[in-house]
Design a protein around this ligand. Structure first.
Ligand code: NAD
Length: 264
């Protein structure tokens, strides 16, 4: 046995085939957790990712491709985690999508998809893992909200509504479990350079007729005083902290890691 903080535990990270979710899955695996990955992508690349993570960290790594907008598929994924590893001890609700348009132009199906994937999926995963966490009197639920769970930006109504809702779900969940060994918290990143944000960089470059680099700087200059992107590795370290004993009285927070965005 090792003295890694999450040895013997199982972490499910939704939307972890890319970006922040992958960064957090790697950080939890480095602490010894077995991992259930979730998310879309090329099947061979995902299999390779599983093999690489398992080898690098000496843990078991499974993948389930549940579409987080579909409650029945979420139920299958939680059952799968039970079959593979006995259940979920650390749940990271990370899967998310974005769409940018003003309210009057916002496609109805995009609104519904953003609310389903960025908010409602976290209700389904949470309701399905909480009975076991309560029975074990130990568990960690970490919801990937956003600075947009705390403040708004024009053009992001569905995302802002979903992320504010996710912080509300976090607070209610934290109160319901306050006297147990289960904690529920949210992380609120500023801009992280993942495929989700690269699309916004591309849109900015096209709109303003500027280079990719100039568009990155412009996006950051609008919102993030540090002028630097947050990284998946930094967010992974925060998730590891929230899983540790030192964080057992951290309950119901919406912890921004945002280069100063919401301090303004
Ligand atoms: P990303 O696009 O790099 O990754 C998203 C992941 O979710 C991928 O693994 C993708 O396959 C998966 N996914 C998408 N739709 C899915 C669905 N229907 N079912 C299952 N999986 C699905 O995005 P990211 O930037 O890493 O974002 C991760 C989370 O962090 C999101 O909730 C996002 O809102 C949040 N966030 C991102 C930023 C940022 O700047 N990138 C900032 C704040 C919050």
């Amino acid at each position: 046995m090792t003295n890694k903080t999450l040895s013997g535990k199982t972490a499910l990270v939704t939307g972890s085939t890319s970006g922040i979710g992958l960064g957090i899955a790697r950080a939890l695996a480095a602490e010894g957790a077995n991992v259930v990955l979730n998310g879309f992508g090329d099947a061979a690349e995902i299999t390779q990712l599983q093999t690489d993570l398992a080898k690098e960290f000496g843990v078991q790594v499974a993948h389930h491709n549940a579409d987080m907008s579909k409650p029945a598929e979420i139920e299958s994924m939680i059952a799968f985690a039970g079959e593979q590893f006995g259940g979920v001890d650390v749940l990271v609700n990370n899967a998310g999508i974005q769409h940018v348009a003003n309210v009057e132009d916002f496609p109805v199906e995009k609104w519904d998809a953003i609310i389903a994937i960025n908010l409602t999926s976290a209700f389904h995963t949470s309701r399905l893992v909480l009975p076991r966490m309560r029975a074990n009197n130990w568990g960690r639920i970490i919801n990937l909200a956003s600075t947009h769970g705390l403040v708004a930006s024009a053009g992001k109504s569905a995302y802002v509504a979903a992320k504010h809702g996710l912080i509300g779900l976090t607070k209610a969940g934290a109160l319901e479990t306050a006297a147990t060994g289960v904690t529920v918290n949210a992380i609120c990143p500023g801009f992280v350079l993942t495929p989700l944000v690269q699309k916004q960089v591309d849109a900015r470059a096209a709109k303003d007729g500027i280079s990719n680099d100039a568009a990155k700087k412009a996006l950051l200059a609008d919102k993030q005083p540090s002028g630097e992107f947050v990284t998946p590795e930094e967010l992974g370290a925060l998730a590891v902290f929230l899983c540790g004993d030192a964080a057992k009285q951290v309950r119901g927070v919406a912890w921004n890691m945002d280069g100063g965005w919401v301090a303004q």
